[in-house]
Design a protein around this ligand. Structure first.
Ligand code: GCO
Ligand code: MG
Length: 434
């Protein structure tokens, strides 16, 4: 404490601020690693420290605009972070977030997440504990996961659901083709093929979309599925904000009797007020959140009990630090987590999701992606998938690594297609939400 004489009066001058972690460890480098083992652009951040061999990894994947995240990490966060004590996760998260003055949004939050998850990874490695132990310990052994079943018609979807049930899955998201239209989530794939190709095929389509026929087909899909499987399996569906709100309310009513586990993104975030309306008309459980990036978006639907599952893309809200608070907020409102876990979350991000799933009492389900051989080569330590669940490997930190030589063998495909998301247009040519 310094007391200075100023114009005859003693005034308090706080001492220069010092990192609080109290350790001699320092951040020495921050790098963004770009890799696309399956043609899907992933961004992983590596935070290196002054201790030989001690580093952390975090997911910063915003697949449609990855190079903007790389710039945010390497040009802005890196100089901000070098020299800080990596122990100070909470303080670093806030200081870094505020360092751009304007905050939130998918670019800055993904960059922040890359750093945040890497700091949790480092803390776990230093403690010799998996991150879920640092978050309060496990509430369950493994995280129930859901897979995606698609098909050209309800029968084909049902055949694919059956294959997943045989593999031990108890939660399946079901999407069906709408003949002649670019229906969300439907590619040329079945339970045995590579989901990445379907993700990519969707990206290359430029097809049309009309919601009316889709809304007529979806209840038929679930009628077929309940007829075939009874109550044996939990069924999920993603509307992907493709339907005008009043028609979406009708769809929620029509689906009520099929007892879905959840109906996802019935409305766009911009139309969130309709959530209160649909609650009056249908008891179908709702899931939202993958498009949210800041608290002003995800706090109101939780506090208003307007959703049943919160599905944030953990890197797009800024990493484990905000996600664990979001989960705790949701717990007080009886809302469960279902973190976004598609192909455009890196295996590091999936490993981070799992740490949260295991330690969150109000966990609901985890969307999962079947890690291909090439992904497992680039990312040693991917969570194990067994009996329809994701299992941790018990290693300290996030339990996952990256083989940078292998990662470098899979450079990004070009960005000629405006990132990787398609234009979807109504029959009259009007562009609509993806
Ligand atoms: C889901 C999602 C994804 C997104 C994709 C966007 O619920 O799994 O809707 O498939 O569309 O992650 O890049
Ligand atoms: Mg979705």
């Amino acid at each position: 404490m310094v007391v200075e004489e100023q114009a005859g009066r003693a005034s308090f001058v706080p001492p220069a601020w010092q990192p609080l972690g109290g350790s001699a460890l320092r951040i020495t480098n921050v790098r963004a690693i770009c890799t696309a083992p399956e043609g899907i652009r992933l961004v992983v951040v590596k935070v290196e420290t002054s201790e030989d061999g001690l580093y952390g990894l975090g997911c910063a994947t915003f697949t449609q605009r990855p190079l903007t995240v790389v710039t945010a990490v390497e040009e802005y966060l890196k100089p901000f972070l070098i020299g800080r004590d990596p122990s100070d996760i909470e303080d670093i998260w806030h200081a870094a977030q505020l360092s751009s003055y304007w905050r939130n949004g998918p670019v800055l939050n993904n960059a922040l997440s890359g750093v945040d998850q890497a700091l949790w990874d480092i803390k776990g490695k230093r403690a010799g504990l998996p991150v879920y132990e640092l978050l309060g310990g496990r509430c369950r052994e493994a995280a129930a996961a859901y897979v995606h079943a698609n098909g050209r018609d309800p029968q084909e979807v049902a055949d694919n659901v059956e294959r997943y049930i045989e593999k031990g899955f108890r939660h399946v998201r079901c999407q069906v083709e709408v003949p002649g239209y670019a229906a969300y989530g439907v590619g040329r794939k079945d339970a045995d093929s590579n989901a990445a190709s379907a993700f990519y095929r969707l990206a290359l389509d430029q097809a049309r979309w009309e919601p009316r026929r889709y809304c007529a087909i979806v209840p038929k899909l679930f009628e077929e599925l309940r007829h075939r499987f009874g109550a044996e399996v939990e069924l999920l569906h993603d509307v992907h904000e493709r339907v005008p709100p009043p028609m979406a309310v009708q769809l929620a009513k029509a689906l009520e009797s099929y007892q879905l586990f959840f109906l996802e993104d019935l409305f766009a975030p911009e139309d969130q007020e309709y959530l209160a309306m649909v609650r009056l008309h249908s008891s179908v459980p709702l899931a939202i959140g993958e498009l949210h990036s800041g608290p002003h978006e995800y706090v109101p639907p939780i506090v208003g009990r307007l959703t049943d599952f919160i599905r944030a893309h953990v890197s797009t809200i800024g990493g484990i630090t905000p996600a664990r608070k979001l989960a705790a907020l949701a717990e007080f409102f009886g809302i469960r987590t279902a973190w976004h876990g598609p192909a455009d979350v890196s295996p590091v991000g999936h490993a981070a999701n799992l740490q949260l799933d295991l330690s969150t009492p109000n966990f609901g389900v985890q969307e999962m992606y079947e890690f291909s051989d090439v992904l497992q080569e680039v990312f040693p330590g991917c969570p194990e998938i067994r009996d329809g669940s994701l299992w941790p490997n018990g290693l300290p930190g996030l339990g996952i690594d990256i083989d940078e030589d292998r990662a470098a063998e899979h450079p990004y495909p070009d960005h000629a297609l405006n990132g990787s998301w398609p234009e979807i247009r109504r029959a009259d040519g009007t562009v609509v939400r993806p």
